[in-house]
Design a protein around this ligand. Sequence first.
Ligand code: UD1
Length: 426
Amino acid sequence: MEVFQIEGGHPITGQVTVEGAKNSALKLMAATIMAPGVTTLTNVPNISDVHVMGKVLKRLGASVVVVDEHTLEIDTSTVDRWETPYELVAKMRASTAVLGPLIARFGRAVVAMPGGCNIGARKIDMHLLGLQCLGVHFENEHGDINASIPNGMHGDTVTLDFASVGATENLMMASVFAEGVTTIDNAAREPEIVDLANMLNAMGARISGAGSPLIEIEGVRELHPVKHQVVGDRIEAGTYVAVGALCGDPVRVSGFNPLHLGLVLKKYEQMGITIERHHDGCTVSRTEPLRACDIQTLPFPGFPTDMQAQTMTLLALAQGSSVVTENVFENRFIAASELNRMGADIRIEGHHAVVHGVERLQGTQVKSPDLRGGAALVMAALAAEGTTTISGISHIDRGYEHFCEKLTSLGAKISRIEIDDDPDED
Ligand code: UD1
C-alpha cells in the first residue's frame, strides 16, 4: 500500500503552476463523442480520473492517443458502441457524462446506474428528468440506464430543482442536435460549464448563456472536431492558495483565472490572508494569525464545496470559532474526524461543522476519506508537529497531478512510500 509520509513544520514558499481542470477535462473528453474525427485537447491533467475517462472512451470504440503528458488526441470516428459498464462507472461517477453525448450521436445509450460515494448519495434523477423532457425514454434494467429516443429529440424548457453541474452538462450536450431550442433554467454556472460550452460552440454548436442561470441551445445538424485548451483548475489552485495561507511565506500560484476563485479569495482575506491577484493567478502570504470565519458552500459563484475541507484545515488553526455549513453534499465532513485525531477541535452538527481553532496540530496516522478531504489532511500534516502518515492516497491521485513533487518544490518534506500492511484493514 502506498502512503504519504509528511514531516511538518518546514517553510513553504515559491511558485507552483496548476494543470487544466479535472472537472472540465472529463466532460470535454466525453463531448468529443459528438464530433466524429480527431479532437485535440491540451492542458489535460495527468491524473487517474482522466485515465478512467480514457478507458470509457476506448470501450466505446474511440482511440485515445497521449501525444505528450498534457495533450490528448481523441479519434471518435470509430465509436460504434454505446455501453458504459458498471466497473468503470463505479471507479468514477463522472463516467455518466457520456450519457448525453451518446444519446445525441446514436439516439441511445446504456450507462450503469452510479451508486453513492464517500461524499453522499449523488443521485442523477435531475439528469434523467431533464432528458425525459427532451424526448428521451429510459428503462432501468439490471442496474443499467437504457436510454432511447423513440420519437426523436425536441427542444423544451428544463427547470432544474438545483443548479447541478452534472445535470447541466448532460442536458447541454444531449440537446446539441435536438430539434428546436432547448432552455436550461436554474443551470449551474461553474467555469467548467463555460469551458464545455466554448468547445461545443467551436465545434459548431449554438449555445448561449453558459455561465448564467439560463442556457439556450439551438439544435444543429452536426459538430466537427477541434483543438481546445482545458481551462485552469481553480480547485487545484485553491488548494495551493490554502497551503500558502496556512504556512505564511509567499506562494505564487499560476495557471488559473483568480476570478474563478472569487469568494474563496475574499473569505481568505477576511481570515487575515494577503492575496495579490495577477492575470494568470495570485500570490498568497500571511504575517498575522489566521482569524475565524464562517463559510457556507453553494453552487458557483458561491463558496465551492470542493474547497470546504481545505478551508476547514485553515479554520482548525485559526483564532476563534467558525461555522462551516455544507449545502451541496450531505456527507462531506469525514475529514473532520481525522483532523480531530491530529488535535483539531471540530464538532459536526448535521450539515454544520463548528470549528474551534487550536494552537497546533500533531502528526499521526490518518486516512484520506475522499479527494478534497485527503488534500485537507496533507495540509494539516504540513503544519503539524512531527510526522504524519496518510493512507488512502489513491483518492488524492484522482485530482492532483504530481502533488508530492509540487509540494516538495515549495519546500515540503513529503514522500510517497510503499508500506507492507494496511492499517485500515480489519
Ligand atoms: C460536480 C463536480 C464535483 C463538485 C460538484 C459541485 C465533476 C466531475 N464533479 O459533481 O467536484 O463538487 O460538481 O460543484 O464535475 N444531485 C441530485 N440529483 C441529480 C444531480 C445532483 O440530487 O440528478 C445532488 C447531488 O447528490 C449533490 C448536489 O445535487 O448533493 C450537487 O451535485 P452536482 O452539482 O450534480 O455535482 P456533480 O456534477 O456530481
